[in-house]
Design a protein around this ligand. Structure first.
Ligand code: SF4
Length: 958
């Protein structure tokens, strides 16, 4: 019997609720304050995301808040870029300067502003601001992180993992996790895995490295990086061979039966056959006629060749998919060597998947009605669920690999059913998505807002942002022939392209919370050169003006000209909105806020307030009234309550309407934020039982989604086994249509825009001599850190202050390397020096390290001999932002060819033991950066002693 221990004893004089921001999970927290000082942070048991669970990062938020690296006043550069020489200025001077720089560009050519943000949680505001400004050059960090995952999911089934959807933790019997590092996601996954363990469900982790979640999996599949798609293809091969796919599910929810025109060389080859109204056609086996495939009462053929009215031939999409994966190329024996997974294991896992899906189905006695009005008395589910993240995404074959994982889920019939994957509102969205990117020639004009969003989902070459000469219209070349479906932009190319003036120079680079001078860039040495490069004729910087907002003195700060210091997450209002990336759960939509729990003690302002202020100064229509006065004089809270994206729809969905009784839509409620605070800073609406599953085709849910403004119409979502969008690009590459790629892009588009998913080897490995670079090199994230924020935190640094290069013990022995040796890690663009730690749980061809531990000397107010700077290292220094030159001289970015996702997990290296003289310190060692902050800091950072009677306590050296 467990003793009943009171674990939530107040330790201060006040407790305030808010939302954690020590990672992206956005757990609810309770902050205990004593005499106005943060004393303790605990998880909020009422909160739908974490149910009281707090992780090490969340609890250590205190040290993030009291970090000595916090910026304390607006700064203007006075020395050369990178010198760290700034002078303090007033906010009025800072805002006036920023507005002047921005206004001048907006009056002349708004695209000369590039506005990029990191892992911030206010993209609906930053995106709106950029639309109003009129630049096409806006994105957050998704192109660096996981756009392959998001784009493949949204194009295929209108959803994705993590913030978009979850496994059905309550019912799943078999859970497969692919390429997930420990911070993506954190508490929600831990809680979910705990549930699986309690119920005895099987957990299989596919990951080259056995750490974190993988260490507690029932089975570890130690795959070679970048070969997951081949492994999944082999699982599909086995399932099809064994006829273990859910055929009814394919007919009901997918485009399996839609007929694909077979007309090689024709301009319609590979497109869906359609009737005069544009409806896709299927062959109805009862009437023996071609019929509208969308009709619910047909019995469509899933194989065979059929003749269209004009004599053309067509076959069902599923037949093409089956033919592809029945091919010997995808047999377990064929893929075993390349993936490093034994053929028998692949066969066994396929059989286990089939067993869980078809022999252990979950039946819930919940009647529901489908999109066509058909009533079902039960909800029947296939209890197999999956989760994947950056390890799959950050490869040049990531888009198709992510699609393969989703196709596997669909073939098993496990999307949004009991025991399977479950969407979180506002998902599912329409497939393919209907939102198009803006920024074509003619859509960008001085002093004019952009007509629509920057980031969208092209469904054909006509949606690309290119001019008549095929030139990209965005600075990062997103939505050009380089990366047509770049739905999150390509942040990793901004600095390099801007410095080279390719496709054009910019005037102002505006960044928020994006450490693009260090761990949010590939090829850091070149990035720093780009940031400081000058035009030899004028002597001016090639990127003339850089404005940066951050809360901390990161490696990027010294490279900016104007610093707008942000607050910490405990000092500001924030809005985690359904217009953006909300905290919804599978059981219902949710959103949340942050409220300031302490007042800033420095001359800093929340970036959101600053952006709203700049919007008004620039006269951007959404930020001013008709008379030109500021529309949100009360700042961000004013905006959160009163901004309406569409009539009645604002940033927050809860307590809307003048009486506060509406959800989703309703007039602004002046008491809305009070209601959120009364409810622990979140709003959650639990769906009715009949709305909770099959949301893609459930009339009850679809009607609700329309009422909430999540969807425009209650039409069902059709899963795209066969993605016609890609075939349209391929036809263009064959010369069909009015928008065709230039000659040097054609082969690439033809190859990679395959409407059926397929596997190909990651690019970097195929372009290099494998014997010269025999090892894969990847990063993982420690459970206790998030991006570069964590490794400045005095408490979290006590867990990890130096990253090592981890490698297989047996492989190390063959190279004469042992624990603690210093080694050189070389890629085709450079080398870094690191210390080794050997281990068992890693694929023998793979080396890995923790990401973003390595810091530059002088940054983050760490001591100049801090282990992060002297012994820690960054793998980014070795990752090229461009692929090696190909025939014709064109250099593509080191990215996925479909989405432009940065392929930083494609890295190949060799390692060599360093000599005795070389041991002891990392390389490259950049010049220490000078900091304008108070350098008179104690050597040891302590916190909490003041709360004890004897003022004792331990601390951590900076
Ligand atoms: S999982 Fe992330 S959001 Fe939740 S408590 Fe930990 S750091 Fe905070």
């Amino acid at each position: 019997m467990q003793p009943n221990v009171e674990t939530s004893v107040p330790v201060g004089d006040e407790v305030k609720t808010t939302t954690c921001y020590m990672c992206a999970c956005r757990c609810g927290i309770k902050v205990h304050l004593k005499d106005g000082t943060v004393r303790y942070i605990e998880g909020n048991r009422n909160h739908p995301v974490n149910r009281g669970v707090i992780c090490g990062k969340g609890a250590a938020g205190i040290m993030q808040h009291y970090s000595p690296a916090r910026l304390s006043a607006p700064l203007l550069r006075v020395g050369s870029r990178g010198s760290g020489e700034f002078k303090e200025i007033t906010w009025e001077e800072a805002l006036k300067t920023a507005a002047q720089w921005l206004e001048e560009v907006r009056n002349r050519d708004p695209k000369k502003l590039a506005f990029f943000t990191g892992r911030d949680q206010s993209q609906s505001l930053t995106g709106l601001w950029a639309i109003q400004y009129g630049t096409p050059n806006y994105a957050a960090h998704g192109g660096f992180c996981s756009v392959n995952m998001a784009a493949a999911g949204l194009y295929t089934f209108g959803g994705s993992f993590w913030e978009f959807g979850d496994p059905d933790w309550e019912h799943t019997r078999y859970f497969m996790m692919f390429g997930v590092a420990e911070d993506h996601a954190s508490n929600p996954i831990k809680i979910g895995i705990g549930k699986l363990k309690n119920r005895g469900a099987k957990f299989v982790s596919v990951n080259p490295v056995r750490t974190g979640y993988t260490a507690i999996a029932d089975e570890w599949v130690g795959i070679k990086p970048g070969t997951d798609g081949l492994f999944v293809g082999a699982l599909i091969h086995e399932l099809i061979k064994a006829r273990k796919i859910d055929i009814d599910y394919q007919v009901r929810y997918t485009n399996a039966a839609w007929l694909v025109i077979q007309n090689e060389g024709g301009d319609d080859d590979g497109l869906f056959a359609r009737d005069k109204q544009g409806n896709p056609l299927a062959y109805d086996q009862i009437s023996k006629k071609l019929k509208n495939a969308e009709l619910p009462d047909i019995t469509p053929a899933l194989n065979g060749e059929f003749e269209l009215a004009d004599g053309r031939k067509a076959v069902p999409a599923l037949q093409l998919l089956v033919e592809r994966f029945l091919d010997e190329r995808y047999s377990p024996d064929s893929v075993s060597d390349e993936t490093g997974v034994a053929a028998d294991d692949i066969r066994r896992i396929a059989a286990e998947l089939a067993h869980a899906a078809f022999e252990e189905e979950v039946v819930l006695d919940i009647p529901w009605t489908d999109w066509a009005g058909r009533k079902h008395d039960k909800m029947i589910g296939r209890p197999v669920s999956m989760h994947a993240m950056r390890g799959i995404s950050a490869h040049s074959n990531g888009f198709h690999t992510c699609r393969l994982i989703h196709i596997l889920q669909i073939l098993l019939g496990s999307i949004d059913c009991p025991g399977g994957f479950r969407y979180k509102s506002p998902y599912p969205k329409q497939t393919p998505p209907w939102l198009k990117p803006y920024g074509k020639p003619g859509q960008v004009a001085p002093r004019e807002p952009l007509g629509g969003p920057h980031l969208g989902f092209p469904t054909g070459p006509e949606d690309l942002l290119v001019d008549e000469d095929h030139q990209p219209q965005r600075i990062d070349k997103a939505f050009s022939w380089d990366a047509p479906l770049a739905a999150h932009g390509m942040m990793h190319m901004v600095i390099s392209n801007a410095a080279k003036g390719d496709p054009y120079p910019i005037d102002v680079l505006f960044m928020y919370m994006a450490n693009m001078g260090w761990n949010s860039s590939m090829n850091v040495p070149d990035t720093l050169e780009h940031l400081t490069a000058k035009d030899p004729k004028t002597g001016e910087y090639k990127i003339p003006k850089i404005i940066y907002s951050d809360a901390y003195y990161s490696e990027t700060v010294p490279y900016a000209d104007l610093i707008l210091p942000d607050t910490t997450y405990l000092e500001r209002w924030d809005c985690i909105s359904l217009l953006d990336r909300p905290i919804s759960e599978a059981d219902g939509p949710a959103d949340s806020i942050r409220q300031p729990v302490v007042e800033p003690d420095r001359n800093v302002r929340p970036f959101q307030e600053v952006l709203i202020d700049l919007g008004a100064r620039l006269n951007l229509p959404a930020f001013v009234n008709e008379n030109g006065s500021p529309k949100y004089p009360g700042g961000y809270p004013d905006y959160m309550i009163n901004h309406e994206r569409k009539p009645g729809m604002g940033p927050l969905a809860g307590w809307r309407g003048e009486d506060g009784k509406s959800i989703g839509k309703g007039k602004p409620n002046p008491r809305q934020l009070e209601k959120y605070i009364e409810n622990d800073c979140f709003w959650f609406h639990e769906l009715e039982p009949h709305q909770k599953y099959f949301k893609h085709a459930n009339k009850g849910y679809l009607d609700f989604a329309v009422s909430m403004g999540f969807r425009l119409s209650p039409t069902r979502v059709v899963f795209q086994l066969y993605l016609e969008t890609l075939q349209k690009f391929r036809l263009a590459a064959e010369g069909h249509g009015t928008t065709v790629p230039p000659a040097h892009h054609r082969e690439r588009i033809k190859t990679f825009f395959d409407p059926l998913p397929f596997w190909y080897p990651p690019f970097e490995g195929t372009m290099l001599d494998e014997s010269e670079f025999p090892l894969y090199a990847i990063t993982q994230r420690p459970m206790h850190m998030y991006h570069s924020w964590g490794s400045q935190n005095a408490w979290l640094r006590q867990i990890t202050a130096q990253n090592r290069l981890y490698m297989s013990r047996t492989r190390a022995e063959t190279l004469g390397i042992k624990d603690d040796d210093w080694i050189w890690i070389s890629s085709h663009i450079g080398r870094v020096k690191a210390q080794v730690r050997t281990m068992e749980g890693v694929n023998p061809d793979t080396v890995w390290t923790w990401n973003a531990i390595g810091k530059r000397r002088g940054a983050w107010m760490l001591d100049s001999d801090a282990p992060e700077a002297t012994q820690g290292f960054l793998l980014n220094h070795l990752i090229a932002e461009l692929l090696p030159q190909r025939g014709g001289g064109y250099r593509y970015s080191n990215s996925d060819p479909v989405t432009g996702q940065a392929a930083w997990y494609d890295l190949r290296v060799r390692i060599k033991k360093a000599s005795g003289e070389e041991a002891g310190e990392t390389y490259p060692m950049f010049e220490p950066i000078h900091s304008p902050l108070d350098s008179d800091l104690p050597d040891v950072l302590r916190f909490g002693a003041q709360f004890k009677d004897d003022h004792s306590g331990t601390g951590m050296r900076r």
